[in-house]
Design a protein around this ligand. Structure first.
Ligand code: AGP
Length: 590
């Protein structure tokens, strides 16, 4: 996933605007960066490997009213300055930035080579400005040239192009996000709202198969296939700039973990009729499928237990990348529930299109209003977590789980009980998340930070949290953490346990606690250094981290100390928890 941001209008600080704005999108990609500015002597391009946060914006303080910028998460071509975006047309009058993949780039590259073009990068992106240039040579004006060129591209992408002579920005998307910010002083086009929210909170969403063209004074939306004009309403964004900033926290990840003092209560603040309607849709569906990726998938796994234990209702769960497994079972009466923080994950969008092709209804549980997933779904429930900027998803997970636990209670015609439980849980979490608790976890992290392998076990609805805790620890601290179902250890993984191996047992106060103590004892008997995350202490624990007893909401409570442990391990091992290597905040490619 990459970050895209462009501006055109009356402002003369366009270069600084796009660079500072892109710094707010750094979580989208941080392999390399690039900026193109229209100057009196032509389009000036600066680009390099590394993070855009390290770029001194002052170098772009010259007068510029048309600019675009990009942060890259490499797909085609290594992390080099040459592969960084923007890429220019041969005559240097067109600059392009791109998110996604032009899947037929090799064929286009061969065709362009025969027309005398030479390539300076290994990227698929470089074919884009050349194809636009060819269309302009054929006599088409810039917007029409972009439209005709894009019709030749296969794959999922977002493209933003600027043209020196016309001073125009033209953008189009299919499967990757792009949003227009409508300012009093011009137009902003970006991958995500934090890029321009300090300038305007009025947006217009670009849908798949649409293009937008602006000269900074006015804007026009079009259908990319036909070029016909489309009208777009303006939407007012409700969250504030501060919500998207770190504040006094050293990292977004810690801020967002602490946000869970309030975010769970926000997730629970749903329209009762909407929740009951979802429950009725599940009740009447011929097969309900919960689908997500990564952490969102673990939220779906936890929800399977919620629906089973609370409502005695069966649902199917799978990661979006494996949804093909269920294609044959989809029918018009099926219900697909997709869970996604960003609402831009390619595999999730793919699952939606398959389900809709079969006539099934789609419910989206997302954090980003107006995201591609929410716009593709028939119904949307927002978890209201506020912007989640750290690559590691934390408050979105507990928000997703809270909404699905609420639905489970509504399935049992006990929505009020569910809201009461979750609001009580929110208060318990508020009390739990105090500095002493974080210090306690930091001390545990210090004892295990030198280990490269770490195992986490859980049973019932704690099993998905064992898997999720492993993802957290893997992705920010690079420790090889693995999650297991407690009952599975004896069937293989226990062979990995040696003296001193750190093992974490996740427990509640429920009917599987006894079995889990047995499983943890088996680890202890083989020399494990045993850490218990539980409401009650046990003699087998070498370290015990107390969690409140939250009944059916226990998994929500249990995963939070594991988020903090992952964060502390990352920081103590000298890693940047907000921008872990090889990862991006939203995986918009398959
Ligand atoms: C979670 O910490 C990871 N960053 C990753 O697994 C993430 O949950 C996954 O890519 C799904 O993202 P989404 O929720 O935006 O769809």
């Amino acid at each position: 996933m990459c970050g895209i941001f462009g501006y055109t209008g009356k402002r003369s600080d366009g270069g600084s605007v796009v660079v500072d704005g892109l710094k707010n999108l750094e979580y989208r990609g941080y392999d390399s960066w690039g900026v193109a500015c229209k100057t009196p002597s032509g389009i000036s391009v600066s680009k390099d490997i590394g993070k855009i946060s390290s770029v001194d914006t002052k170098q772009f303080s010259y007068s510029c009213c048309l600019a675009l910028a990009h942060t890259r998460w490499a797909t085609h071509g290594g992390v080099t300055p040459e592969n960084a975006h923007p890429h220019l047309s041969k005559d240097g009058t067109i600059a392009v930035v791109h998110n996604g993949i032009v899947e037929n780039h090799e064929a286009l590259r061969l065709e362009l080579l025969t027309k005398g073009y030479t390539f300076v990068s290994q990227t698929d992106t470089e074919v884009i400005p050349y194809c636009i240039e060819e269309e302009m040579k054929a006599g088409h004006a810039f917007p029409e040239a972009v439209r005709r060129a894009c019709l030749r591209f296969h794959g999922r992408y977002a493209i933003l192009a600027m043209h020196e002579a016309s001073g125009m920005l033209v953008a189009t998307r299919t499967g990757s996000p792009l949003i227009v910010g409508v300012g009093e002083d011009g137009y902003y086009i970006a991958s995500d709202i934090p890029a321009f929210i300090e300038h305007t909170r009025t947006v217009q969403y670009i849908d798949d198969g649409e293009m937008v063209e602006t000269d900074g004074n006015s804007i026009q939306f079009r259908d990319i296939l036909t070029g016909t004009e489309r009208q777009k309403r303006e939407v007012r964004i409700t969250w504030t700039v501060e919500q998207g900033q770190k504040g006094d926290f050293p990292h977004f990840m810690l801020k967002e973990i602490m946000d869970q003092k309030e975010s769970i209560a926000r997730a629970v603040n749903q329209d009762d009729d909407a929740i009951r309607a979802v429950a009725e849709a599940i009740r009447s569906a011929k097969g309900t499928f919960l689908v997500g990726c990564g952490t969102a998938h673990k939220a779906c796994m936890a929800a399977e237990y919620f629906f089973s234990v609370v409502a005695e209702h069966h649902v199917n769960v799978c990661s979006a990348g494996e949804f093909k497994l269920y294609h044959h079972f989809l029918q018009p009466e099926s219900l697909l529930i997709v869970v996604s923080q960003s609402g831009e994950t390619a595999d999730v969008l793919e699952a939606i299109s398959v389900a809709k092709a079969k006539g099934a209804k789609v419910l989206a549980i997302v954090n980003v209003e107006g995201s591609s997933v929410s716009r593709a779904a028939d119904y949307t429930l927002l978890i209201n977590a506020g912007p989640e900027r750290a690559v590691a998803s934390t408050k979105a997970l507990t928000g997703q789980m809270s909404v699905m636990l609420l639905i489970a209670y509504a399935l049992k015609h006990a929505l009020h009980d569910g809201k009461t439980l979750l609001l009580e849980t929110s208060a318990l979490i508020n009390d739990m998340l105090n500095p002493r608790y974080v210090e306690r976890i930091a001390a545990i992290a210090a004892k295990i930070k030198s280990h490269e392998d770490l195992y986490i076990i859980g049973k019932s609805w704690h099993y998905p949290m064992a898997l999720e805790s492993a993802i957290k620890i893997q992705e920010v601290s690079y420790v090889h953490a693995e999650g297991f179902a407690g009952g599975e250890l004896k069937h293989g993984p226990i062979a990995l346990i040696e003296t001193g191996t750190p093992c974490i047992a996740l427990l509640g106060n429920d009917e599987v606690t006894g079995d889990m103590i047995n499983n943890a004892t088996e680890l202890k008997a083989r020399g494990a250094m045993l850490i218990g995350i539980a409401p009650e202490r046990n003699a087998i624990f070498d370290e015990w981290l107390k969690t409140p007893d939250a009944g059916a909401a226990q998994p929500i409570v249990t995963v939070i100390p594991m988020q903090i442990l992952a964060y502390e391990l990352a920081v103590q091992r000298g890693k940047d928890p907000d921008m872990p290597r090889n990862l991006a905040k939203s995986v918009t490619v398959k």
